[in-house]
Design a protein around this ligand. Structure first.
Ligand SMILES: [Zn+2]
Length: 507
């Protein structure tokens, strides 16, 4: 008998301090895949056509279902850039579509989720989705792929049979994460494994600049998880850095081990304890030390090997930023750096002004600073610039770098302003500069720049680390800052490290 698989994606990393709204359309606007024939959501074969070949977990799920000779029902593939809590109607629309597909009957569910989704009135978007599925299908096997930045609650862990997480940041193993979950799921369907989830959560808000498995201490900790999975000690093992910019009770680092039946329980529990213990013991190493922005820019000015990447990490797309703060750009202009390529800054008004002026025209205009950030008490502050409009594009390109390889993305209409010392890319939509395409698609060769000033925290490394001769982290202002003292945390579990630096762990 042909097996039926429900395969869906509903991804959002919610920065509860973000000023950027999250309506239903934002789940489909990053890509140009949603056409007029689709209605409000990307579903079915159209979703498979758009993302079935992309480096995302969803693609692995589709491939696994096909290999198993199954029928595939795709109620939705939705993936929004990080921002404020999801509009509740949007959440219910997507969740209802998934639940309806499960109601039609299925042998297994494969979900490509983020793990840090907050919706209006719902702290735990993923656990609520699984609750609704479990209400109608209590026994159906559910495999879930999550982002490294998932904030995993006990409720989510209890409702899934299999959970795997990205083990890289920048996330270049999204598809592999889906393959790992699907592999375990198929073993379960064929009676070769009896997977169940073991979960540990730690009261730790790690610094995102410091918790990548690319660096210590996560390199060691994730390395141990990888080795345990590779050797067959457990079915799957993942460590999650967590997403600290979420004022919810279960924000924090966690460990998820998928063990195999009662026979594997002890090994699984012991591995989960070991990984959690390592993370806690090394908690000080997850602290990122901030340097004043002007100091960093002054250091950049003395560089002798180019290009130098200047990563303003406090207001980036991929952590829920508005991507229109101009302070680092102002400082770079003020200190007189030359040969700068900067952006993309999100400012649809400035884009419109440049389009109306036309390529080749010299203009003076206000750029950026359109967004107020009430959560941290900041008003938006545009920067007035004079320059020549060098290019205007539709903002569309295909990702060729290692992160979400193959995805067709859109920054919205995009324009380039040349001030003489800086070429500034301005776009209608927020886009994380994880791929060189953000510049090359508008005719700029990043290799020829002396300085690449971008709003990004870590994902830029996917595309830019290979060409960078030096990388400097720039502490601009914004809702993605590593300075946690400026955020009005009220609902995170207390005590929590490092907000309560002297805390001890209760056992
Ligand atoms: Zn992430």
């Amino acid at each position: 008998m042909t097996r039926r698989f429900v395969v869906a994606g509903m991804l959002h990393e919610t920065n509860t301090f973000s000023p950027v709204a999250t309506p239903l359309a934002s789940f489909f606007s990053r890509t140009s895949a949603l056409g007029p024939q689709d209605g409000p959501m990307l579903t079915g074969q159209r979703a498979i056509d758009a993302f079935g070949h992309v480096n995302v977990a969803f693609a692995a799920f589709v491939a696994a279902a096909r290999e198993a000779g199954g029928e595939i029902d795709v109620p939705v593939y939705a993936n929004a850039a990080p921002s404020a809590p999801t509009d509740r109607v949007a959440y219910d629309t997507m969740a209802d579509a998934i639940v309806e597909a499960v109601k039609r009957g299925c042998d297994a569910v494969m979900l490509d989720l983020h793990g840090a989704m907050v919706a209006e009135g719902l702290d735990d978007g993923e656990a609520e989705l699984l609750r609704r599925i479990r209400d109608i299908a209590p026994e159906v096997p559910i495999a879930v792929a999550l982002d490294f930045h998932a904030n995993i609650s006990p409720a989510l862990a209890a409702r899934a049979d299999i959970i795997t997480g990205y083990r890289t940041y920048p996330h270049v193993d999204m598809r592999e994460t889906g393959e790992r979950a699907a592999h375990t799921l198929l073993a379960r369907l064929e009676g070769r494994a009896a997977p169940f989830v073991i979960h540990r959560w730690l009261p730790m808000l790690t610094h995102m600049n410091q918790h990548s498995p690319q660096f210590q201490p996560m390199k060691d900790i994730m390395g141990r998880a990888r080795a345990a999975e590779a050797s067959g000690e457990v079915l799957n093992a993942s460590v999650f850095g967590g997403f600290p910019l979420a004022d919810i009770p279960f924000a924090g680092l966690s460990v998820v081990v998928v063990a195999d039946g009662e026979a594997g329980r002890e090994r699984g529990e012991s591995l989960a304890d070991e990984l959690a213990e390592q993370a806690w013991q090394r908690r000080e190493e997850f602290i990122f030390r901030l340097e004043p922005m002007a100091t960093t820019i002054a250091r950049a000015k003395t560089a002798t090997a180019f290009p130098v990447v200047l990563a303003d990490h406090s207001n980036n797309t991929a952590s829920g930023g508005s991507v229109d703060t101009m302070e680092s750009i102002e400082e770079v202009l003020h200190q007189g750096l030359e040969g700068v390529v900067a952006g993309p800054i999100c400012d649809p008004i400035a884009v419109q002004t440049m389009i109306e002026a036309g390529v080749g025209r010299r203009i003076t205009l206000a750029v950026g600073g359109r967004t107020d950030m009430p959560s941290i008490g900041r008003k938006g502050r545009p920067l007035t610039l004079t320059g020549t409009v060098r290019a205007i594009t539709d903002g569309e390109f295909t990702i060729t770098g290692p992160m979400m390889t193959g995805a067709r993305v859109s920054a919205g209409r995009t324009a380039v302003l040349d001030t003489g010392t800086m070429q500034l890319v301005v776009s209608e939509r927020r886009i994380e500069p994880a791929d060189l395409g953000v510049f090359t698609h508008c005719g700029i060769d990043p290799l020829r720049a002396r300085y690449l000033l971008i709003h990004s925290r870590q994902h830029f490394r996917a595309g830019f680390e290979p060409i960078a001769r030096e990388i400097l982290m720039v502490a601009g202002p914004g809702v993605c800052s590593s300075d946690y003292s400026q955020f009005p945390f009220e609902r995170v579990t207390r005590p929590i490290y490092p907000l309560d630096p002297q805390m001890r762990l209760e056992r």
